[in-house]
Design a binder for this molecule. Structure first.
Ligand SMILES: [Fe+2]
Ligand SMILES: [Fe+2]
Length: 325
């Protein structure tokens, strides 16, 4: 524990052993990891076309909204270069290649890279997706980047990742449940595998923030408050389609997710109240006046947002995405 008021650089340096420990706990080695090929038909096999035919039959009854959400999720996962460069641009992290922070960033990216790969191949094989349109959206999203409003600050960045990994765990899990109901057990399995990776990542990032709270409670509280006042935006908030104005596609994607209950405004508040509990905000000590006010704001926020979310109606309009013929 750091007693005197430490700078962010010192806190990050002090956390290196902890990050190493969490990395072994929450990331898997390559040897222990599933690969997309484990979950998809093998093109070397004689029964490949038979298996693809079965895959296409199972995917035939997937609803339009579910497919749209799945394409949006895939594009989000495939914009991984943006997320890796964002992680690498966080200030105050030790930058030598062998620092546990840098190893974490690389190993996290390596795990995440399997997600887009798996979902992309699956969607291609279903025969229900206009792949060119989807690929153009991915290229747009990587080129457009994002603005998460974390100001390259590690405290804000890890609030963001704690929130976001929890949200992706939830949404992939929900897609898995719906896919199962709609008769596609294979898709349910794929999304379940992705969801369980996201759950491990969420645990690690939450642990990072918990550790920062030990060393620098006031600054951590203020950073959390700042992120929640700005609101957590989705990493794919600039998502767009060829020939469609920026902003439109993303709104329709989140509408579809809300409509089929994959990710809703209530989920946003549930995740927030989870984080408030996880980091035991009520019992954090060492706060100054601003820190106390931030705590008051944060502990009251879930109920406030919940009342707003409960009044929100599920969006009705079914938009025709260019991704789906
Ligand atoms: Fe992912
Ligand atoms: Fe993730």
């Amino acid at each position: 524990m750091i007693t005197a008021i430490a700078s962010r650089v010192e806190v990050m340096k002090w956390m290196e052993d902890f990050v190493h420990e969490k990395m072994t706990e929450f990331l898997k080695s390559v040897e222990d990891s599933w690969q997309p090929a484990d979950l998809l038909p093998d093109a070397r096999m004689e029964n490949f076309f038979e298996e693809v035919k079965n895959l296409q039959e199972r995917a035939r009854d997937l609803s339009y909204d579910l497919l749209a959400v799945l394409v949006g999720d895939t594009i989000t996962e495939e914009a991984l270069p943006t997320y890796e460069s964002w992680l690498m641009s966080i200030k105050d992290l030790p930058t030598n290649e062998e620092s546990p922070w840098m190893r974490w960033n690389r190993a996290w990216t390596a795990e995440e890279n399997r997600h887009g790969d798996l979902l992309n191949k699956y969607l291609y094989l279903t025969g229900r997706i206009n792949m060119r349109e989807m690929e153009a959206s991915t290229q747009y999203l990587i080129a457009d980047g994002f603005d998460l409003q974390t100001d390259n600050d590690p405290y804000r960045a890890f609030v963001y990742t704690s929130f976001q990994e929890t949200a992706t765990n939830l949404s992939h899990r929900r897609v898995a449940q719906i896919a199962k109901k709609q008769g596609d057990g294979m898709l349910a399995k794929l999304c379940g595998y992705v969801a369980s990776d996201e759950a491990r990542h969420a645990k690690a990032y939450k642990a990072f923030v918990g550790k920062i709270f030990e060393a620098d409670p006031n600054e951590m509280m203020l950073a959390f408050e700042d992120m929640m006042r700005k609101k957590i935006v989705m990493p794919a908030h600039y998502m767009r389609e060829l020939g469609v104005d920026m902003g439109k596609t993303f709104g329709h994607f989140t509408d579809a997710a809300q409509r089929i209950n994959v990710y809703t405004a209530l989920d946003y508040t549930d995740i927030l109240s989870d984080l408030v509990k996880e980091w035991k905000l009520e019992t954090v000590s060492g706060l100054n006046d601003a820190g106390e006010r931030a705590r008051d704001y944060l502990t009251a926020l879930p109920d406030r947002l919940k009342r707003v979310a409960e009044r929100m109606r599920s969006p009705q309009l079914e938009y025709k995405f260019r991704w789906i013929d």
